[in-house]
Ligand binder design. Structure first.
Ligand code: GLN
Ligand code: ZN
Length: 764
């Protein structure tokens, strides 16, 4: 008999109950007890959802972040919060976000205001965790209260509990050393705490503990490999059996030794590392359990159950009850329940599976393996019909798009002239001053804009009055920019709620869920659009708004688009073709929009690639292949224009050190980047890499309500001019201004324009 289990369940709730409860508690509108009760209800609900499994995860629920939970379990809190007193949950929120529900005054002088924990992306997902901090003073001390309490809740409900923890090596690897302490030097004092934890859990009647070590799918140097051996030999005498879990990729050179570590079982992501199942079987010791992640935990498509059974059945024959099956990774990365989607197109809906549906698929697989396919004949037939329908659907496959893709050649991504030639022609046409000023695209999204947009969506106002409202807002933005004296204007993006959704909604091949929320961090969720079919642009998407904006001013109006790589990286994507192919389809659609804008007389076009870096694979050896097709897609989108048309791109970061050559290869005439917070330090890369085109290093930190002074911005630009020739510098904010208020934006931009004028007078 094969067993079923799950690595983790989404905790935010099918209707984002946890989000709303957290935010209400933080605002002081509900009590701690109410929040804790809601947490317990969600856990109970999620265990009920998983009742059919042989093992359900315990400890995967979190009020903020599972990595921060682990830091509390290990007693590893940043020094700055160690003096905290009061309620543990409030302290937890203070570590996470710098504050809790209590007014800071109540704890003034002790633990009122404190820096929030640093956040970063959890492997290649869009989930952000609180980075563990280490130093020479780090001391670990077990606090198993959370896990023990949740175990007893689970026990009361009759759940067959399998606690989930982050393994010691991954915990160290994803943290940050605040001094020179080598993280591995902390391992000897960390391991006894893990051992103690495992024994406490065993003492609670636990048989199996899932210990997550996703760093095994990345490149590890000899010290870290060695440390794995030390750690798992040290933990082998603990009384709980360990299921060592890996996910998000292939193990490759790590597979053989990792699977031979002395644990009771091993979990392999058989979606991403399907090729490694057979070698894994050969390396597997005869007493060990092999858990195979056969349902994709990172996307929203139905699994082809028959195809899985075809390869899984022989594995089952070989392993018998030593085979466990599960989703590939925690279901944290998918929405909770497809049943909530009452508005979604029925045909597309029939191709999808969210967390609850994925667990049902797992159940069908287990019954087929254990009792024979006959007993789930109807389920398998229905699944096959859906999977087949999707495969053949004309909604998915558009021959014209495939033909256009086949026509792509190197020339498509090639500008006509070289940068120097283009720059000259553009200068003649645009007649911009030195240190030209511009903004990144959006202006404040006022309450009126949001109301107009949601009323229009709900059908409460007509298309004409919606258009009038947006045009009024565009006119306001243009008026303000003219008064400020900016050089290259933008229309302000009032009509866009989101830079990806806006385009996805207008492209064939995209669908949108109503409740397809996925946790991004803390109480924040995103609702990625679903890219299901060949991408086709039925009509122009931005031209009317841009043309209207241009009609209001004699200054150049910048057309504003989201790039193909960013649209791709922020969507749920197809699993029936490589990402690179979907990206090229998006590139062709954006290219048409670029050319339409150019035909409409738009002289400057910005194509945002805010998420280009996010798509980097986990393994460095795979970076270049990704960068090649990503850059290629950008070039296809951007480079069809005449030399006179100026192409801008924008990125919300400037950690370019390792990818600067690819960034340069995009060949945008101008790139604007985020740099102000780093005090221009991020520009160090330009000391040794001679970036060939123009750059606008952000001088205004738009994440902060503070108004930067003219002098501050001049100083930043002077630093930039030390690395980049002054004649190739632009002056602009870090990013779009949509989250700010007009009363903040106006004085900041006034200072920015003044700074540019002073720079022109002094530096050129
Ligand atoms: N043009 C977008 C804006 O200004 C860019 C946003 C982003 O880079 N994330 O809002
Ligand atoms: Zn940005």
């Amino acid at each position: 008999m094969a067993s079923t289990h799950n690595l983790g369940f989404p905790r935010i709730g099918a209707k984002r109950e946890l989000k709303f409860a957290l935010e209400s508690y933080w605002k002081g509108q509900s009590t701690r007890e109410e929040l804790k009760t809601l947490g317990a209800q969600l856990r109970q609900q999620h265990w009920q959802d998983q009742a059919a499994l042989d093992f359900a995860p315990v400890g995967d629920f979190s009020f903020y972040d599972q990595v921060l939970d682990m830091s509390f379990t290990l007693g590893n809190l940043p020094e700055r919060v160690q003096g905290f007193h009061g309620d543990a949950l409030d302290n937890y929120f203070r570590v996470a976000r710098g504050r809790s529900a209590q007014l800071p005054e109540a704890h003034a002088g002790c633990c009122g205001g404190v820096a929030a924990g640093e956040m970063t992306k959890w492997f290649d997902t869009n989930y952000h965790y609180i980075v563990p901090e280490f130093s020479a003073n780090t001391r670990f001390r077990l606090d198993a209260t959370r896990l023990v309490a949740q175990l007893s809740e689970a026990r009361a409900l009759g759940v067959k509990a399998k606690p989930v923890i982050i393994g010691p090596l991954t915990y160290l690897a994803i943290g940050k050393s605040k001094d020179d302490t080598a993280k591995l030097a902390l391992l000897p004092q960390l391991l006894p705490v893990y051992a103690e934890l495992l024994n406490v859990l065993a003492g609670q009647g636990v048989e199996w503990v899932q210990i997550d070590e996703p760093i095994l799918v990345t490149e590890l140097d000899a010290d870290w490999k060695h440390a794995f051996g030390i750690a798992y030999h040290a933990l082998k005498s603990c009384r709980a059996k360990l299921l060592l879990a890996t996910y998000f990729g292939q193990l490759r050179e790590n597979l053989e030794w990792a699977i031979k570590l002395p644990t009771g079982g091993f979990h392999l992501d058989a979606v991403n590392a399907r090729d490694e199942v057979l070698p894994a079987l050969n390396y597997l010791a005869s007493h060990k359990v092999l858990s195979l992640g056969v349902i994709n935990g990172r996307n929203i498509w139905k699994t082809d159950l028959t195809a899985v059974l075809d390869w899984l059945a022989p594995v089952h024959e070989r392993l018998g009850e030593r085979l466990w099956i599960a989703p590939s990774c925690s279901l944290l990365h998918v929405p909770v329940d497809l049943a909530s989607e009452v508005k979604l197109d029925g045909e597309i809906k029939s191709w999808l599976a969210f967390a609850r549906q994925k667990l049902a698929e797992l159940g069908v697989l287990a019954r087929a393996l254990n009792q024979g396919r006959e007993v789930v004949k109807a389920e398998l037939a229905a699944n096959l019909a859906a999977v087949d329908a999707r495969r053949k659907s004309s909604r998915v496959h558009n021959p014209a798009v495939k033909a256009a893709l086949a026509q792509i050649n190197a020339q498509l991504g090639q500008r006509q002239g070289a940068y120097a030639e283009r720059a000259e022609k553009q200068a003649k046409r645009l007649k911009l001053p030195k240190f030209p000023t511009t903004t990144i695209g959006s202006f404040p999204q006022t309450a009126e804009i949001r109301i107009a947009r949601s009323e229009f969506k709900a059908g409460a106002i007509s298309a004409a009055s919606y258009q009038a409202a947006m045009q009024a807002e565009i006119a306001r933005s243009v008026r303000e920019q003219e008064a400020l004296g900016l050089d290259v204007l933008v229309h302000g993006e009032a009509e866009r709620n989101d830079m990806v959704e806006y385009f996805g909604e207008q492209l064939d091949g995209y669908a949108f869920s109503q409740f397809g929320w996925v946790q991004s961090y803390g109480s924040r969720c995103v609702k990625p659009p679903i890219l299901f079919g060949d991408i086709h642009r039925p009509q122009a998407m931005t031209v009317d708004w841009t043309r209207y904006a241009q009609s209001l001013t004699a200054k150049p109006m910048k057309g504003m688009l989201t790039g193909p790589v960013t649209i791709l990286n922020w969507s749920f994507v197809r699993d029936d073709q490589p990402r690179a192919v979907s990206c090229r389809q998006l590139a062709l659609a954006i290219r048409e929009e670029v050319l339409d804008l150019e035909r409409a007389g738009v002289q400057v076009i910005q194509i945002d690639e805010a998420a280009l870096r996010e798509g980097l694979p986990l393994r460095r050896t795979q970076w270049q292949a990704y960068l090649d097709w990503a850059v290629d897609s950008f070039r296809i989108a951007a480079n069809g224009v005449a030399d006179e048309t100026q192409i801008h791109t924008h990125m919300c970061y400037s950690e370019f050190n390792d990818i600067i050559a690819s960034i340069a290869d995009m060949d945008a005439d101008v790139i604007t980047i985020e740099t102000s917070r780093s005090d221009m330090e991020l520009l160090d890369v330009f000391d040794h890499f001679k970036y060939p085109n123009e750059i606008g290093p952000g001088v205004y930190d738009i994440h902060s309500p503070n108004i930067p002074t003219e002098q501050h911005m001049i100083t930043l630009m002077q630093k930039a001019a030390g690395r980049i020739p002054a004649e190739r510098l632009w002056v602009n904010p870090d990013c779009g201004l949509k989250t700010r208020q007009w009363h903040e934006v106006l004085p900041a931009l006034t200072n920015m324009v003044a700074a540019a004028k002073t720079l022109r007078a002094t530096l050129s």
